[in-house]
Design a protein around this ligand. Structure first.
Ligand code: EPZ
Length: 425
């Protein structure tokens, strides 16, 4: 196991390029199950989660090759297998995204029921509700979702839950509907850029998807899909993480190869916290002089403030000149980072799905434990600004969603290195 060792106190300066979005690439790779022709995903990021998907797809009869330039080529060579095994699915919840395309193309699937994760229950009741609406017969047997469909018929459905739309639920139902007979309407569909990206990839494969980016997706089923070459959108969460790192260290960083239009809610909160922004076509420059201003954050479905940047912004607010209120409306229990930040002298009080963050003068470096992907990035950010040395252990969490984060941060001036974690955990 690795750990990251960080010596705090350096203001980050310079340019950093973000990669393509993990949460686009994962469902797009799953969507390659929908055609017998080769597909090419250009510039796919080198991440643990992508590598996990590249182990799951071959188990489902898909040959996958990673080219030197980072692109991935897929080709379905065997459609007789439709089981996504537990030992792979348990390592990554997003594997559940193979359910929709397996049913869409092979009319059957046996996918291990995805486990929860550190920030609370991760139900898939809405995924199953949407698939049943298309005529899929499914049940849970020995920890597996077992599904089959004689025919898939288009249907109209409402896919919202108590916390709003479901991103991968929309993806699963969309991928099952593109080859169904007739028209499907998904109401309360997720509008995240990554869901739009998947829909655009399906259209590039010959699907007929309308209303992309709106809460109502209209899918006209087609008989076949062909292969496609596609470059996914930039990772808005990686971009937001580097902007927050610039802010917390009092630096001046330009994040390049990003889509500012995917970051409106995040940029607005950065300005509220006292950052000076310059916004270009595919770049955002973030500089901070003077104190961080207290600012409230409420996470919401897109285009609201993303839950995947909540931990990073909470970390920024631990050094603000006042009290900030962080309200988590997507995953009410997503506060694993609070206890670890407290070890670094942050003053945060949790009240159910709300955290009250009282700004403090400084953070103090300490050994901390990474828990989930985004909380881990927040702890790295805290280490960048803390007095003294911080060790972030169980770095495999970070590697799931950030490509060489320590290399990119060191290029911006951070004193950060990756070492073996000899203490074992
Ligand atoms: C996706 O997860 C992302 N993962 C998550 O990013 C992200 O945090 C989340 O969307 C919200 O934006 C991928 O895209 C691979 P949801 P997903 O279904 O699809 C409830 C990261 O760090 N819900 O949109 O699993 C659910 O409990 C990861 O990259 C139901 O009640 O999230 C939650 O409260 C972490 N029933 C809310 O909806 C369901 O059937 C949103 O969940 C499904 C979800």
């Amino acid at each position: 196991m690795d750990k990251l060792v960080i010596e705090g106190g350096v203001a980050l300066r310079g340019d950093v390029h973000v990669g393509t979005a993990k949460n686009s690439v994962l469902p797009i790779l799953a969507a390659t199950l929908l055609t017998s022709e080769p597909c090419r995903i250009v510039d796919a990021p080198r991440l643990r989660d992508v590598n996990t998907m590249l182990r799951i797809l071959p188990a489902l009869g898909v040959q996958c090759e990673r080219d030197a330039d980072g692109s991935i080529t897929t080709r379905v060579v065997d459609e007789s297998i439709s089981e996504a095994p537990y030992e792979l699915v348990k390592t990554m919840r997003a594997s559940v995204c193979v359910l929709g395309p397996l049913i869409g193309r092979r009319r059957r699937a046996r996918v291990s029921f995805p486990g929860g994760c550190v920030f609370g229950p991760r139900p898939i009741d809405l995924h199953l509700k949407g698939l049943r609406a298309l005529g899929v017969e499914l049940d849970i047997e020995s920890g597996y979702i077992v599904a089959h469909a004689e025919r898939l018929r288009g249907a109209s459905m409402y896919l919202g839950g108590a916390f709003g739309p479901t991103v991968t639920g929309t993806a699963n139902v969309l991928m099952a509907a593109v080859l169904a007979e007739g028209v499907t309407h998904i109401h309360m569909a997720a509008c995240e850029p990554e869901v739009q990206d998947l829909a655009n990839f399906l259209v590039a494969m010959g699907a007929d998807v309308r209303g992309i980016g709106t809460p109502v997706l209209e899918i006209h089923g087609v008989d076949e899909l062909h292969g496609a070459t596609y470059r996914p959108v930039p990772d808005r969460i990686e971009a937001g993480t580097f902007l927050a790192a610039a802010a917390i260290t009092g630096g001046d960083v330009t994040v390049r190869s990003c889509r500012p239009e995917h970051l409106r809610a995040v940029l607005e909160r950065l300005e509220a916290a006292g950052c000076r922004l310059e916004i270009g076509e595919d770049w955002v420059r973030c500089a901070r002089r003077g104190r961080i201003r207290a600012a409230d954050i409420t996470t919401l479905p897109y285009p609201g403030f993303p839950t995947d940047l909540q931990a990073q912004f909470m970390t920024l607010l631990t050094l603000a000149d006042g009290v900030s209120v962080v309200t988590e409306k997507v995953y009410p229990e997503r506060f694993m980072h609070v206890a670890e930040l407290a070890r670094m002298r942050a003053r945060i009080r949790k009240e159910h799905h709300i955290a009250i963050v009282e700004g403090t003068e400084f953070l103090s470096g300490a050994p901390v434990l990474a828990s989930d992907l985004r909380a881990s990035a927040a702890l790295v950010m805290a280490g960048l600004v803390a007095e003294g040395e911080t060790e972030v252990r169980r770095v495999y969490h970070i590697d799931r969603g950030y490509e060489q984060i320590e290399v990119k941060l060191a290029a911006l001036g951070a004193r950060i290195r990756r070492t073996e974690d000899d203490e074992g955990v």
